[in-house]
Design a protein around this ligand. Structure first.
Ligand code: AMP
Length: 417
């Protein structure tokens, strides 16, 4: 047997209703906030991610599925959505027509991380971006949209953590401070962090190695390096979030794993899973569009992981369980033809209808009706056929009665449960 690739996973029919509910709810919520859907390819030129995400990031250094295709092009499966979206925006000059552009996409991302619970090599993200507006109101709106997705899905135990990672200048200042603090500990850092020390010391704050984490605990915080403009921006974001009654917590030690963030950064943390398995995260990026060849416009975006979100949800929530309007139990050979015609006619009228053809007993068919969560069962056997009737059982109340074949659709369509 050929097996699934390690770290990849199937979403089986019993799980897709929950999955569909999450994706639908997220899409509807974002549309309410004015976002429109954009769909970009799952594969891009490797260079796009190197430039967009940053060379010295775990994602680009270790986690991308990168290969050379038959004509020698260097391609990668997308590890995140922002770079591809911005490439499309620049390539199609979308900001020229719409100077403030709000787009979202939902789809699979690929990172060759070490698989564990809630960490996959292919995972789905809900991704939203607002481009062309650098006001703190936009940051607050993006955070509010992420929060609304969580609320509408009914996810619980989540916390919105926010921070400001400053602009390039603040970060230069912070990097110098951080290096000064880390220098005496250089020998104790892991080999990766020793390299990061020169190239990108901020990444050391994200390192998952115990000793590095211990050292990083006492490191200076970026909020002490913010200039007046960045401080004011962050202050305003918090003020608006409070006004909009979006709960949040300021987390001064949060620096996000990607290079491109400036100013506002945020993460959605599950109280039990912790920061290393955040449910979502995002932030502002003021220079990324330009770096990718676009206009000098800023953006803010976020990504929410569908698997992590699904993990925190109850399995049997009636709001996403699919129900079948009617199961038609065909009892005996003679009733088969009438039975399948009824099923087909109900489907044509927009109702979900299911049956089995193989002459099963009524008991076995009632089990199927339960499995498909039928709201009603129609039974049709010799006697019903002779009278041109069917027996209806309302599966919620258990009531059972006869109606004429002509009146089936009318009865079911009046059945709004
Ligand atoms: P990031 O782009 O790393 O901030 O990721 C945004 C969100 O995507 C995270 O908060 C997770 O919910 C999800 N995510 C990232 N990496 C993985 C992964 N390897 N497996 C499952 N979900 C992930």
């Amino acid at each position: 047997m050929i097996r699934l690739i390690k770290g990849f996973h199937d979403i089986l029919p019993d799980e897709t209703p929950k999955w569909g509910f999450i994706i639908r709810t997220a899409g509807e919520t974002l549309e309410r906030f004015g976002f429109r859907e954009i769909i970009t390819p799952v594969m891009e030129r490797t260079e796009l991610f190197e430039r967009g995400i940053g060379q010295v990031t775990d994602i680009v250094e270790k986690e991308m599925y990168t290969f050379e295709d038959r004509s020698g092009d260097h391609l990668s499966l997308r590890p995140e959505a922002t770079a591809g979206i911005l490439r499309a925006v620049v390539e199609h000059s979308l900001l020229r027509r719409e100077p403030i552009l709000k787009v979202y996409t939902i789809g699979p991302m690929f990172r060759r991380e070490r698989p564990s619970k809630g960490r996959f090599r292919q995972f789905f993200q809900i991704n939203a971006e607002v481009l062309g507006d650098d006001s703190p109101f936009t940051d607050a709106e993006a955070i509010t949209a992420a929060h609304a997705i969580m609320t509408n899905i009914g996810a619980s135990g989540l916390m919105m953590e926010i921070n400001s990672v400053g602009c390039q200048q603040c970060r230069d200042d912070f990097r110098a401070k951080l290096r000064r603090f880390l220098e005496p500990h250089l020998d104790e850092l892991c080999p990766d962090c020793r390299r990061r020390y020169d190239l990108n010391p901020l990444r050391i704050l994200d390192c998952k190695v115990d000793r590095c984490r211990e050292i990083a605990k006492d490191a200076p915080v970026i909020s002490d390096s913010l200039d007046a403009g960045c401080k004011e921006h962050f202050h305003k974001v918090q003020e608006i979030l409070s006004l909009l009654e979006v709960p949040f917590r300021v987390e001064p030690r949060m620096v996000r794993g990607l290079d491109y963030y400036t100013r506002t950064a945020f993460e959605i943390i599950h109280e039990e899973l912790g920061r290393s398995k955040a449910v979502g995260g995002g932030g502002r990026y003021d220079t990324l569009l330009k770096e990718l060849g676009g206009p000098d416009a800023s953006g803010i975006g976020f990504a929410i992981g569908v698997e992590r979100l699904a993990m925190g949800m109850r399995e049997e929530d009636p709001s996403y369980a699919r129900r079948t309007d009617v199961y038609v139990a065909i009892l005996g050979e003679k009733a088969r033809e009438a039975g399948i015609r009824i099923v087909n006619s109900l489907r044509r009228q927009g109702l979900s209808a299911e049956t089995r053809y193989s002459g099963m007993s009524l008991k076995a068919q009632m089990k199927v009706a339960d499995k498909v969560r039928a709201k009603n069962v129609l039974m049709i056997g010799d006697d019903e056929l002779a009278r041109q009737e069917v027996t209806v059982r309302d599966m919620q109340t258990g009531d059972q009665f006869r109606i004429s074949m002509d009146g089936i659709a009318c009865y079911l369509q009046g059945d709004k449960r």
